[in-house]
Design a protein around this ligand. Structure first.
Ligand code: ZN
Length: 376
């Protein structure tokens, strides 16, 4: 007797953004199984050499004025084409229009002095030159809304947009006005919510909040961080995600990871809080990390953007290695809730390495998808 073919039921279309009614999804139309293990990157890609100095975070732009606007849009076109060439399912703009994932957003707000920057210690680990908050913070215009509309115009595939999380924002500035990190984070949460709602109107399918600070200020996550994050995501009908990582592959982060021992249990403090939250997807590090995978059992029914690509090394994973990591995650998370992803942003890598890693990501997911199709 033949095994009956189970019907794969994707989550509600509007929430996942993968099967939107208002436009065709070329991926889903080819084969219903491709909705499983949809791939995407955490967010950033390296920038072309004509746009900014490579291998740097916070690199200066190499153009200005209208030329810079045109250059950034051309870079977005390339980032989209590179992800499509790799075979990824959910597309980002590779963060080509922002200098940094946190400070560029802060600099788009009123009440901020970007010219007289301050050197502060962020994430309790490294010095950074950051903008100052000098008065009440507000948002008089969209920060990324026009960029998101441009990204929407480039592809029919689902698109994801990243925003900094409120706690990470409050940790990546010099506060000369509020004097209270929680209060400032709540102000940012309101502002992020306005921005996120306009991104949704612009046709973005998934909105991700980047909260690496959740891995550092563990007590504050339950204290007020989760409340601020949920406020930022309140009322959105698109899929929401939070990215919590151990940072880019820069020296300070690599040394920090070495100090964490054989088992990294930071997620143990945050996963129960996130499991109870309104956020749909949790983006975490798995590849080459010392995170015990049984911690994933604490995420309840959340969807997992599983980091199966290590961004802290130039060594490119083989598709088989990616497949192994995905299989390990599948020991703890149901297949329809696993979304293979990179551990973190790839902005510090070279473009060829980032391209090869994206291809390995898509190919590795395809291996496991094929195995699952055989089982079904
Ligand atoms: Zn990250």
């Amino acid at each position: 007797m033949q095994t009956p073919v189970p019907v794969y039921r994707p989550p509600p279309a509007a929430r996942v953004g993968l099967l939107s009614e208002h436009r065709p999804n070329p991926v889903a139309n080819c084969n219903t199984m491709t909705s499983l293990l949809s791939t995407t990157i955490a967010g950033s890609l390296p920038k072309p050499r004509w746009l900014s100095t490579p291998d740097q975070i916070w690199a200066d732009w190499l153009a200005e004025g209208e030329l810079l606007d045109e250059a950034r849009r051309d870079a977005v076109r390339l980032a989209v084409a590179d992800q499509q060439a790799a075979g990824l399912d959910v597309i980002t703009d590779g963060e080509q229009t922002r200098q940094h994932f946190v400070t560029t957003f802060i600099e788009g707000l009123d009440g901020v002095d970007s010219d007289n920057r301050a050197d502060v210690t962020i994430r309790q680990r490294y010095e950074a030159s950051v903008p100052r908050v000098v008065g009440p913070v507000s948002r008089s215009r969209g920060v990324y809304v026009e960029d998101a509309k441009f990204l929407r115009s480039l592809t029919e595939q689902p698109i994801k947009y990243q925003l900094p999380g409120p706690m990470t924002m409050a940790d990546t500035l010099a506060d000369d006005f509020y004097g209270d990190r929680e209060q400032l984070a709540m102000v940012f949460a309101e502002i992020l919510n306005e921005e996120a709602k306009e991104l949704e109107m612009a046709g973005v399918d998934l909105i991700q909040f980047d909260e690496p600070a959740f891995n550092v200020f563990l007590d504050d996550v339950a204290g007020w961080g989760i409340e601020a994050l949920e406020r930022a995501a309140e009322g959105l009908s698109v899929t929401t995600a939070v990215h919590i990582c151990y940072g880019y592959g820069i020296k300070a982060n690599i040394e920090w990871k070495r100090s964490l021992g054989d088992e990294w249990r930071q997620y143990e403090a945050t996963f129960p809080v996130l499991a109870e939250s309104s956020i749909d997807q949790i983006s975490i590090e798995v590849a080459n990390s010392n995170v015990p995978l049984e911690l994933l059992d604490m995420l309840g029914d959340k969807e997992v953007l599983a980091g199966v690509i290590d961004v802290a090394t130039d060594t490119v994973e083989t598709p088989e290695r990616v497949a192994e990591t995905i299989r390990a995650v599948l020991e703890h998370v149901a297949p329809e809730k696993v979304f293979p992803c990179t551990n973190c942003g790839m902005v510090p890598l070279s473009r060829p390495v980032a391209q090869a890693k994206m291809t390995a990501l898509a190919d590795g997911a395809a291996i496991v998808r094929d195995e699952m199709a055989e089982v079904f």
